[in-house]
Design a protein around this ligand. Structure first.
Ligand code: PXP
Length: 248
């Protein structure tokens, strides 16, 4: 079975667009956890970025409290985040690169160049019973290096595949790259997750990639919720406005 981890970061992005200076506001990431789990999500993914641009510290603790499935905590490999993860005790951590200028996570981790730092982080998190995965491009050298860090999982970055999707030759090439990477990871004893840029159009073709355990999907699910929920939201507001002016 292919598992779905729902990334709820963009629920917080929408809240922060309006309520950045307040301690509250809608939409609520914890409501998103409850709805995603009630709909059958196998896990919840949330990324506490160093710049706190969407998920805030108070969110991640409230999310931890609310998650009844599995919490996959996305984080940069920094002492601050490692300390938070060890206290938060998510079921899983996905180590991702972070660059303040990027709109979202843009490329995979460079494990080859930071193998020692990542291995130390993976050891500390692993000893605390947290399952560690490294978010990497489907690149043989990065997969090889991941196996050397002691991390049990990779999350294959599917962004290049998603971008190439509308051009058949490029899509086929990216799928082949992902399939080869998954095969290499499996042969090295690594579990394989995947994510980034997956949507309602391109997710089925990912079936060409073997050995997948979990897909982490965020933006397209939150976008779809807005699209299919907008009519209901308008009907509810019209219902509230109905009956004006009040009689008497
Ligand atoms: N996996 C990782 C490691 C990510 O950084 C992200 C984006 O935050 C996702 C999956 C989800 O990507 P998307 O929002 O494009 O579905």
């Amino acid at each position: 079975m292919l598992r779905l981890g729902v990334n709820i970061d963009h629920v917080a992005t929408l809240r922060q667009a309006r309520y950045r200076r307040l301690n509250d506001g809608e939409p609520c990431p914890v409501d998103a956890v409850r709805q995603a789990e009630a709909a059958g999500a196998h896990g919840i993914t949330a990324h506490l970025r160093e710049d706190r641009r969407h998920i805030l510290d108070r969110d991640i603790w409230a999310i931890r409290e609310a998650v009844a499935t599995r919490l996959n905590f996305e984080m940069a490999t920094t002492p601050e985040m490692i300390d938070i993860a060890l206290r938060l005790k998510p079921e899983a951590v996905c180590l991702v690169p972070e660059n303040r200028a990027e709109v979202t996570t843009e490329g995979g981790l460079n494990v080859v160049d930071q193998a020692d730092v990542i291995a130390d982080a993976a050891a500390a998190l692993g000893q605390a019973g947290i399952e560690v995965s490294l978010f990497i491009d489907p690149d043989p050298a990065q997969i090889e290096a991941t196996a050397g860090t002691g991390s049990p999982f990779i999350e294959l970055h599917t962004g290049a595949y998603a971008e190439a999707y509308r051009e058949e030759a490029k899509r086929t090439a990216e799928l082949e790259r992902l399939a080869k990477a998954a095969g290499q990871a499996k042969s090295l004893g690594l579990g394989v997750n995947a994510g980034h840029g997956l949507n309602y159009e391109n997710t089925r073709d990912i079936f060409a990639v073997p050995h997948l355990n979990e897909l982490n999907i965020g933006h397209s699910i939150v976008s779809r919720a807005v699209t299919i929920g907008l009519g209901q939201a308008v009907r509810e507001m019209l219902g509230l406005m109905d009956g004006y002016p009040p009689a008497g």
